[in-house]
Ligand binder design. Structure first.
Ligand code: DLL
Length: 433
């Protein structure tokens, strides 16, 4: 059986790749300039026309696109095709405030996504005779359906178990003879813990491969998962703005290769915006090269990493990136869901029963994250007694679930009980590491 899903692109020489990238870049820049007023205005402001992009280096002359640009053009202002005629799918993820980040796809984009995900799964060792249990969220989140696209393309049997109901996950793994597991790394650990609790030895199951992503994880966690489950734990990296999972994938040497015929990476110094050479740590900037519905030009991911172009033992020539361990903003990933303190703040600010004084505490319970929100009640609420306090807590839990999409424990505390800051307020305490 073939070693690579797409040898032509995965093992292309640098010269050929750069020629291909330049052609795609020129086409994409031309298209967004003509179709998306936002880009036209930005390019006009600095006096750049699409024909000025003559080399890959010229990309550096273009301005960055940031998350707030997506918010300001919510929901479809950055679409480069007519919406909805040409769009066949819309995904979304949390934005910095109440409104999500949208990810529209044309039929062509879906095909590209399936291709990038097939490369991801194939590199992890997934083959048509595998049974893949997809324990990623299967809704607006790009994870579950993105993995499904790739698995369908390869032609393995998929169990769309979705995230959650861990006991059932273990039962399915055992009864259906699952050989491949998709999920977040933290959920993989939870599943392994549950298996143990149920007296199921995960190592003796047919499971042989895991493909995980959507949140930071260390090499130590990877080894722990491999040890507990008796599998090879592989990785997918991606973000909603750039199609979702499928941006980068790990190979047999555990290097994260970027699908650079689809997405062009750069590294910048997050403070100055200056492009950095290979081997330097900085913020990852991504440009769509083939995306039709919503191409991103120089998107600031806020993810910190390093790019390398060294010979890889797997034979792929695609550029590699280090594991993302850190972001430049305050976004936290709680059980795979992106959470911004500003979202919690917006819930607290709209409540008439609380003061704008709160603290978010993230903890680990087993391998799962938990979020506790402590908030000071208005004096009259706290003094009204237990019932009023419980009612306020319940209301906030519901609103946080609506706005952020995850459950939190809310503790309403009396006035003046939370620490006051003497400089920058530390509203978020992450006790997970
Ligand atoms: O998390 C897409 C995805 C789904 C990737 C499933 C892999 C597997 P978003 O919800 O938009 O998209 O979140 C994107 O998650 O900017 C990173 O900060 C983080 N992230 C994603 N994959 C990894 C990873 C999906 N492998 C944000 N390692 C990104 C570390 C990751 N962080």
């Amino acid at each position: 059986m073939k070693e690579y899903w797409n040898e032509k692109f995965e093992c292309m020489s640098l010269r050929e790749m750069e020629e291909f990238q330049l052609q795609c870049l020129q086409k994409t820049i031309d298209r967004v300039y003509r179709q998306v007023p936002f880009y036209q205005k930005k390019f006009d402001e600095i006096g750049i026309k699409p024909e000025d992009i003559k080399s890959l280096k010229d990309l550096e002359r273009l301005p960055f696109t940031v998350k707030t640009d997506l918010r300001d053009n919510y929901p479809f202002g950055l679409c480069a095709v007519s919406m909805p005629d040409k769009v066949v799918r819309i995904h979304a993820s949390s934005g910095t405030t109440g409104k999500p980040i949208t990810g529209p796809y044309t039929a062509g984009d879906m095909e590209q996504w399936a291709e990038c995900m097939a490369r991801t799964l194939w590199a992890a060792g997934v083959r048509p005779n595998d049974i893949a249990q997809n324990a990623l969220g299967m809704g607006l989140f790009t994870g579950g359906l993105g993995f499904l696209q790739g698995a369908d393309k390869i032609g393995c049997a998929v169990i769309p178990s979705g995230a959650g109901r861990t006991e059932r996950q273990v039962m399915l793994m055992k009864d259906f003879g699952t050989t491949v597991l998709f999920g977040t790394p933290s959920y993989a650990l939870t599943i392994s813990e549950k298996a143990k609790e149920l007296g199921v030895d995960a190592r003796s199951l047919p499971l042989r491969i895991g493909v995980f992503g959507a949140e930071p994880w260390s090499d130590e966690i990877r080894k722990e998962i491999e040890e507990r489950m008796g599998i090879k734990a592989h990785e997918a990296y991606g973000l909603t703005e750039l199609m979702g999972p499928g941006v980068a994938f790990s190979c047999s040497a555990y290097n994260l290769h970027i699908n650079e015929d689809h997405i062009l990476p750069e590294i910048i110094d997050p403070n100055t915006g200056e492009v950095q050479p290979l081997g330097t740590q900085g913020e990852l900037i991504l440009t769509s090269l083939q995306r039709e519905a919503m191409p991103m030009i120089r998107y600031r991911t806020k993810d910190i990493t390093i790019l390398h172009r060294e010979k890889c033992a797997c034979g792929r020539t695609l550029v590699t990136m280090d594991r993302v361990m850190r972001r430049t903003d305050d976004m936290k990933i709680v059980n795979g869901v992106n959470v911004f303190p500003s979202q919690i703040e917006s819930v607290i600010m709209e409540s008439k029963k609380t003061e704008p004084l709160y603290q978010i505490i993230l903890k680990k319970k087993g391998y799962l994250d938990t979020m506790v929100v402590k908030v000071e009640a208005k004096d009259e609420i706290y003094k009204a007694g237990e019932e009023k306090i419980k009612e306020t807590e319940k209301m906030l839990v519901n609103r946080i679930r609506d706005v952020v999409g995850i459950g939190a424990q809310v503790i309403v505390v009396p006035q003046n009980s939370l620490p006051r800051s003497e400089g920058k307020a530390k509203r978020l305490i992450d006790e997970r590491s």
